[in-house]
Design a protein around this ligand. Structure first.
Ligand SMILES: CCCCCCCC(=O)SCCNC(=O)CCNC(=O)[C@H](O)C(C)(C)COP(=O)(O)OP(=O)(O)OC[C@H]1O[C@@H](n2cnc3c(N)ncnc32)[C@H](O)[C@@H]1OP(=O)(O)O
Length: 220
């Protein structure tokens, strides 16, 4: 796939016309999506395993061989695929929980996420993972509807109930108000009817000199 075309594809959430109905653009033979899925499988299998020392050594050698192969394709951050595939859950960023954002309006965003043991604290979602999910959905909303770029200035998360693993959680964000360059956002995460976490966040619109490193491909 030609990565230079990524920022203009219909499913690109930063596209200025993106308030049109969201159409995921995963292609039938999407090899990069396959690779992301394979990395996720490694992460989950690694987390669940208790290999012997001999097997650890052999596996480390195999994984280093994979890393060496990937290094042959290294590009600059603007050109990498990970994090730039807006149509994939988690944007193809393998550290991120696989949040699938399903709907964004000018004032609301909705998504779903299921995490496994890789993102576990102890029989529940790790407390550092929940803010990752809120940051992702609230940042998308903060930067939607053609608004100029803003970065997260503060994110305050309240953990109301353990967030279970291996089941779907619903995540929502709401644009509360704008005050000059400040955009106030609110987020909630539910398992069924149970509120598992909620968040308040502040996004601050960037001044021109603060957008120097933002690539053309990421500009709404
Ligand atoms: C590549 C682009 C990606 C963009 C989306 C990706 C989402 C992200 O994950 S961003 C990564 C995490 N966030 C960051 O790295 C941001 C780091 N921080 C910064 O860059 C700066 O502090 C930044 C831009 C947020 C604000 O700095 P600056 O522009 O100098 O703000 P400043 O003029 O001091 O303050 C503006 C207003 O915001 C308020 N404010 C700023 N920070 C805070 C804060 N943490 N808490 C409360 N209020 C704050 C100020 O009080 C001020 O309010 P008022 O206008 O009423 O006086």
């Amino acid at each position: 796939m030609d990565i230079t075309q990524q920022s203009t594809m219909p499913g690109d959430i930063w596209n200025p016309d993106w308030n049109d109905p969201f159409v995921p653009t995963v292609e039938p033979n999407d090899a990069f999506a396959e690779l992301v899925s394979a990395v996720h499988e490694v992460q989950e299998a690694f987390t669940r395993a208790r290999p012997t020392p001999t097997d650890c050594a052999a596996l480390a050698t195999e994984l280093r061989a994979v890393a060496a192969k990937l290094k042959m394709f290294e590009v600059g951050e603007d050109d990498q695929l990970a994090g730039h595939r807006w149509d994939l859950a988690g944007r193809g960023q393998v550290m991120a929980p696989p949040l699938r954002i399903e709907e964004v309006t000018a004032t609301t965003a909705k998504g779903r996420v299921t995490v496994g043991r890789f993102h576990s604290g102890r029989y529940a979602m790790n407390g550092g993972v929940t803010p990752l999910i809120f940051d992702e959905i609230m940042a998308r909303l903060a930067n939607s509807a053609g608004r100029p770029w803003a970065r997260t200035a503060s994110l305050d998360v309240d953990f109301r109930a353990p967030a279970p693993l291996d089941v779907e959680l619903r995540v929502q964000a709401q644009f509360l108000r704008q005050d000059g360059r400040k955009r106030y956002m609110r987020g909630t995460m539910h398992h069924g009817d149970v509120l598992v976490a909620e968040a308040d966040g502040l996004w601050v619109e960037l001044k021109p000199e603060q957008t120097r490193n933002i690539s053309e491909r990421d500009t709404p």
